[in-house]
Design a protein around this ligand. Structure first.
Ligand code: GUN
Ligand code: ZN
Length: 435
């Protein structure tokens, strides 16, 4: 915010620029993507005021502060559509499948978030790590403790960051110290929502963890809360592992399938986010498409926990609204570059090689669309919020020697997608400020 009477500072970033004009899953690259070798991005306050060629924008803004990133690639910051910030300290825990992994590593760690001090320490550590990896927005699960939600929103608010988060609700099949009830899940979520939703750049997501850890009464209660606040997102997990699905069908004998355990209680909607969604029935796919619900692909998690191969090609062909996510700490990385690489590898195993443009679209526009925030973030266009990443496309010797052979921008970017890490992040801008 500028002082009264002082116009907001104008900054001109120079470098290569990449913007999306359309979805590269639907349109040819030539019309879907706009790339400028000598591009410029004008930032005024927290907003992207203009994107164009350096030759056009420089003379129009002679007093702007200029930052020249040379061959650096300026694009929208990464949007990570499904994470668990409380799992930061247990990322890369060995050898378990989903339910054992939750019981052995995740639940004991999540108990620690009863302490606001610990929650704040991890929230800040998590946001430091993700910013260093070029991620500017995340949608995070917290724990059952309201202080874990306060800690996360406070940390993001202090950084001017756009985030989505919510209190994880669980009233069965979890340790005593990690359970609420149908009533306290409703009451605490409602209170947090009224404290945080729409404040600065923060949005609340109603967050039943997944059907096995909620009774029908709890799903009913949070479904009622969503009906009262339909502008909120709702995030949960869906059909991640086959033994999990068997468990769900045993717990909900009247349900037609896993999605039906949500649908029955009003927990299926356009602002619903369904993480993983690997083993879907035709009915589930049809219902998700009908509602335009968000499906979140978490590829490093799916290989790390051994969940299965997400059918991105099939779901995109149906017009589903798919985003991309690390799923830390079930996912094995904080990096959306590594996540794009894993999506590519899973695509290869399904005989569906994804183009670099499609991977970058998923990590920005795709996730922003799933979060229903694509009118504000996830693209480098005038009027969007100024959340940007600048990639160094020659960040290591191994990448530099490969990109030196590149014949076009895509060959130049792809080695960074496949081999890049936080060393490839040359700069990050959040809300119009260098982070
Ligand atoms: N299903 C329910 N909770 C979780 C979680 O924390 N991580 C993953 N990967 N799947 C889940
Ligand atoms: Zn998850």
């Amino acid at each position: 915010m500028s002082d009264a009477g002082t116009p907001p500072q104008t900054t001109l970033l120079l470098g290569q620029t990449l913007s999306f004009e359309a979805n590269p899953f639907d349109e040819p690259l030539e019309t879907a993507v706009r790339h400028e070798t000598s591009g410029a991005v004008l930032i005024r306050g927290g907003v992207i005021a203009a994107v164009g060629s350096a030759d056009t924008l420089r003379p129009l803004h002679p007093t702007a502060r200029v930052i020249d990133y040379g061959k650096g690639l300026i694009m929208a910051g990464f949007v990570d559509a499904h994470v668990h910030y409380p799992q930061t300290a247990i990322i890369a825990s060995w050898g378990k499948r989903l339910i054992d992994w939750l019981n052995s590593y995740t639940f004991p760690e999540e108990m620690r978030f009863a302490s606001k001090t610990y929650a704040s320490e991890i929230a800040n550590r998590y946001l430091d790590l993700t910013t260093a990896h070029g991620t500017t927005t995340v949608a995070s699960y917290c724990t059952i403790h309201p202080v874990s939600v306060d800690a996360f929103f406070e940390a993001a608010q202090a950084r001017g960051q756009r985030v989505v988060a919510g209190k994880t609700c669980m009233d069965r099949n979890a340790p005593d110290g990690l359970q609420d009830t149908a009533q306290t899940a409703y009451d605490q979520s409602k209170q947090l929502l009224s404290n945080w939703h729409g404040v600065d750049r923060l949005d609340y997501a109603i967050t039943p963890r997944f059907s096995p850890t909620s009774t029908p009464e709890q799903l009913e209660a949070v479904g009622a809360l969503w009906r009262e606040h339909p502008d909120c997102l709702m995030q949960t997990h869906l059909s991640e592992q086959t033994d999990e699905i068997d468990w769900v069908l045993g717990l909900f004998p009247d349900a037609r399938d896993y999605l039906d355990t949500y649908e029955k209680f009003g927990l299926l909607g356009a602002r619903g986010l369904y993480g993983h969604a690997i083993h879907l029935t035709d009915r589930e796919k049809a219902r998700l498409a009908e509602y335009g619900a968000g499906i979140v692909h978490c590829p490093t998690s799916n290989t790390f926990i051994g969940s299965g191969l997400f059918d991105l090609g099939g779901l995109m062909a149906q017009g589903q609204r798919v985003g991309l996510a690390t799923d830390t700490g079930g996912g094995s990385s904080f990096s959306m570059l590594r996540t794009m690489a894993a999506a590519y590898e899973i695509g290869q195993l399904r005989h569906n090689p994804l183009h670099a443009a499609q991977l970058l679209w998923l990590a920005t526009q795709g996730s922003a669309r799933a979060l229903r925030l694509d009118d504000r973030i996830g693209n480098l266009r005038g009027g969007m919020e100024a959340d940007l990443v600048v990639l160094d496309l020659a960040s290591t010797d191994a990448i530099a020697q490969r990109s030196a052979q590149a014949k076009d921008i895509w060959e130049s970017i792809f080695p960074t997608i496949m081999m890049g890490d936080d060393r490839a992040i040359r700069a990050v801008w959040i809300n119009g400020k260098a982070a």
